[in-house]
Ligand binder design. Structure first.
Ligand SMILES: O=P(O)(O)OC[C@H]1O[C@H](OP(=O)(O)OP(=O)(O)O)[C@H](O)[C@@H]1O
Ligand code: HPA
Ligand SMILES: [Mg+2]
Length: 167
């Protein structure tokens, strides 16, 4: 196990921002598939890849959507990645024409495991850190390695006290 704390910086992503960035990812992937530009399926890396994968599948009109589940983190601590649920390999095959989507690549360990499973798939993430960047084929925004990305599903709006209080 690797202790990944502390992260110097935080990058907070709102639902709006995630929607924009996932759409930008879809835009970048559009027309790049092997069948006259089309992709035949989307595989989301659960759980973080599910919202971006849904947005990409919607934008690119892909109706075949499956999941792969890789468990490697417990909060901010990383263990060896393990595939605990595989997509339907009769549909996915070696991954040709398949888009694999995740929210981010950090060390690249998760994607390394996924690529072994589907060597011909196109792997795309919305965000990327430098260490994992060589593992992905396409991404939208890079953040530094010492930044922890906070996703909207992990956050809640909170009251903030004004600078100049009355109490
Ligand atoms: O590049 P890596 O260092 O392997 O890290 C990236 C992975 O870590 C997070 O998932 P996590 O395993 O926390 O599971 P979750 O998506 O279910 O939250 C994130 O969603 C990526 O899938
Ligand atoms: O920066 C991160 N944010 C959320 N989950 C993660 N899993 C690995 N790195 C991160
Ligand atoms: Mg994940």
């Amino acid at each position: 196990m690797t202790d990944r704390l502390p992260h110097e910086k935080g990058f907070h992503v709102s639902w709006d921002q995630l929607h924009r960035d996932a759409r930008a990812l879809a835009w970048r992937l559009q027309g790049q598939g092997p069948d006259e530009g089309a992709w035949r399926a989307v595989v989301a890396i659960t759980r973080g890849g599910m919202a971006p994968a849904m947005i990409v599948a919607r934008e690119l009109d892909i109706r075949v959507v499956d999941t792969i589940s890789v468990k490697s983190y417990n909060h901010q601590t990383q263990a060896a990645p393990k595939i605990i649920k595989s997509p339907d390999m009769d549909v996915i095959g070696d991954g040709t024409g398949v888009l694999v989507i995740d929210d981010l690549v950090d060390t690249g360990k998760t994607i390394e495991a996924v690529r072994r499973h589907m060597p011909k798939a196109q792997i795309a993430t919305v965000y990327a850190k430098p260490m994992g960047r060589p593992q992905v084929d396409t991404f939208i925004t890079e953040v530094s390695q010492d930044t922890w990305i906070f996703f909207p599903w992990d956050m809640a709006l909170q009251y903030v006290k004004p600078y100049r209080g009355t109490d």
